[in-house]
Each structure stands twice: as C-alpha cells, then as structure tokens.
Design a protein around this ligand. Sequence first.
Ligand code: PMP
Length: 458
Amino acid sequence: MLSNLAARDVETLIHPYTNLETFRETGPLVIERGHGVWVYDSDGRPYLEGMAGLWCTALGYSNEELVEAASEQMARLPFTHLFSGRSHDPAIELAEILKELMPVPTSKIFFTSSGSEANDTQVKLTWYMNNALGRPRKKKILSHIKGYHGVTVATASMTGLPANHADWDLPLPGFLHVGCPHHYRFAEAGESEDAFTTRLAAELEALILREGPETVAAFVAEPVLGAGGAILPPAGYYAKIQAVLDRHDVRFIADEVICGFGRLGTWFGSEAMGMAPDSLSFAKALTSGYLPLGGISVDEPLYRLMVQQSAKLGTFGHGTTYSGHPVACAVALKTIAIYKRDRIIEGVAEKAPQFQARLSALADHPLVGEARGIGLIGGIELVADKASRRQYEPKAGVAARVVAFAQAEGLIVRFLAGDRVAVCPPLVIAPSEIDTLFDRLGRALDRTEAWIAEQGLQ
Ligand code: PMP
C-alpha cells in the first residue's frame, strides 16, 4: 500500500527517467530533508547520498552559508536579467572568477540554467561560428556512444544512449556518434589500452575523412562519461583524440557538467584527463546543486565573431530568461568561495586513494566485472561470468536490484545502462563515511548475489 503522499504523487507527477509502468506499483522515495551527506525520507529513515543527488550536491545538504547567500540576494534583488545589456553584480563577479578558474583560454562566460542548455548553446555557437567564418557546411557534431549531454533536441541527439533516441525521432541529421572509450567492455580480445585508444582515434579520423572534414564542426566529450555508465577513459585517450581534431580543424568541447568543480580532484576534469578543449560546459557543482545554474566559456576568437555578427544582425539572438539568474549566481559565488577557503578540491585529491581503493576492492566480488574510477567518482559493472564478461539479460534488472538493496541498506547509488552502478558522493564526504558507503554497497552486492541464486538466473 502506498502512503497518502506517495499515492498523490502517482496521480499527479510525471517523473523524469523513471519506468512509468513499474512506478505505479512502487511509488516514489520521498526525500524530506538533508544534513551533511545524508538525506532522510518521509518516514525519517536516513540514506547516505552516494550520488550527490544527481552528481551535483558537492557541499552536501545543510550548508548554511549557501542558504544565507541565496536569502540575502533574494531579499536584495530576486531577479533581473542580462538581456539588452542589463546586468547585476553577482553575474559580473561570478564571470570574473570563472574566467580566472577556466583551464582553457577564456574571454567571456555565457550563463544558462542547466547542463542541457549549456551544451545546446555550444551546438548553436559552433554553427553560428562556422556561418560567420564563411564555412556553412561545417556543421556536424560528433560525440561518444554512451556520452550524456542533455535532453533538448540537439543535446539528446548528442547523447549516445538508446532511451534518448528511440521513439523521439533522434538523433537529428548531422549528429554522429563515435566509439565509447570503455576498454573493459569494448576492447578486442587481448587489445592493450594503448592499442585500443589508438584504434578509437583512427576510427574517429576515418569518420571525419569519410564525412569530409569540411562538414565536421565539433567533438563534444565528457572527461569521465557519467550518466552513460561512470566510465573512465584510458590514460592518454584524449591526447590521441585531440591530435585528430586539430588535424581537421574540429572544435573540441569538454562537457564538464559532472567533472567540473572538483569531482576528479582537480578544478576541472579536463586537467585530470589531459584535455585541452576550445570551450567547456559546466553546471551542477557550480552551485553545489542548490540552485540551477550552468554556462560555457567563450574563447576570444569566437567572441570576436559574435561581436562582428551582432554588428551585422543587430543583436546576439540567444539567451533565456534565467541566464545568469542573480540568486543562482550569488549561491555560485559562495560555493566557489567555500571550495577555495575549505580546500575542498585538494580534499578530494586527498580522499581519492581511499575511495578508489575501496572501489577497486569490489572487483573481487563474484558479481563485479569492473570497478574503476578517479577522484570521487566510480562505476562498477555487473557480470554473470567474469572470464567471458558475459552479462545477465537486461530484463533481469540486476543493477536495479543492487540499487534497491543498497537503498534498503540506507545508501543511495544509481544504476545505469549496461548493468552499471555509479557512485559519486558529495565532495565533503568524510573518510569514515566513505567506508560506510562501500560497506553498504558490498552488502547490497551480497544480497543481489543471493537473489540471483534464488531466481536461478544464469
Ligand atoms: N552533461 C552531462 C555530462 C550531464 O551529466 C548532464 C546531466 N546529468 C547534462 C549534460 C545535462 O544537464 P541538465 O540535466 O542540467 O540539463
């Protein structure tokens, strides 16, 4: 029997990324409040939030300074916009600070409210740039199979997952996908990581040559692939990709929506993964998830073209009502100040060895084929047979079962396509809580193993 609140939910809400059929039976997990890395459901049960919400609540759930920053700005000026040259000091100050932090040459910052809008802006600006440069055919956008870049028409096209394409009439023409840099799953038998990444770079180049470099505009990639499986590309992969992109004048865009602001133990994932992109997209941990805010970096050559086109067209015709919302900017300013003052990113680098050691140890579990990550993010892949890497039938829902048992153990983790389970806790997680997280995940795996035996799954 669903509680009253749960029943009201089922009758009224459409939930994103939810099986709307089984949901009618299971109902929601209603979260009522949070403290530190813990959230509490409507019955008062605590859960260690092992996913930082949706990879975003870097500073945990009870940061009073962020609350104060929001409430002060809300009281002073709850809204003004950036259209037609209007401005406000939180946006100006935040853009200055972000410009300093960006690991790529940055002339200006453009704000959005979400990661999808940030990546959508990247696509539009890439097209806009190539029109301004007099190369109107150079428009195709490349991204990874299993890459995740958002849900707008363009960004869902970039996302390389079947659920975002089937029945949605996507991807749009001109959005092409390249091989996923997941060695464990996609390397050929006996292929070393080095040989694998060399092959992927060669395949990328072959695709560009087949399509015609004069038609390929940009390659968009996450430093660590998040929603597609929490997949860590092999060392040296991006250097090889970058060399191909440079040869064919293809813009390189890093989607730092998850990796930005410390997740990998560096301010941006590009730094940890050896990427030197032309632009970054960011969101999520920019405000520790407390308010919606995203954005992109704009390099000087692109900015000059934007000025030139504005002169011709009379305006820069892009932006949303909430681009650079003042309350969100005020919270972002405070978030970044805390990252710096409390050495949060250095703290990630310090805690990463413990986190990664506990993660890697899960590979000894009979169900786990791969357990791999970097910084405070990791993915595990469940297999029926370790030697052949064979997986259970997708409809058995083994990863979903791990997540359900984890929830019963008081831990929130997330299952992803391909029987993968992601862990991505708040950056402020304490070493003892890292141990709690992996103890509980281990028990969830044991319970799943017992359940598999009961079900007689092969
Ligand atoms: N890019 C990446 C790497 C993401 O993880 C996400 C969201 N999970 C997005 C883009 C889309 O962001 P949003 O959901 O804020 O639109």
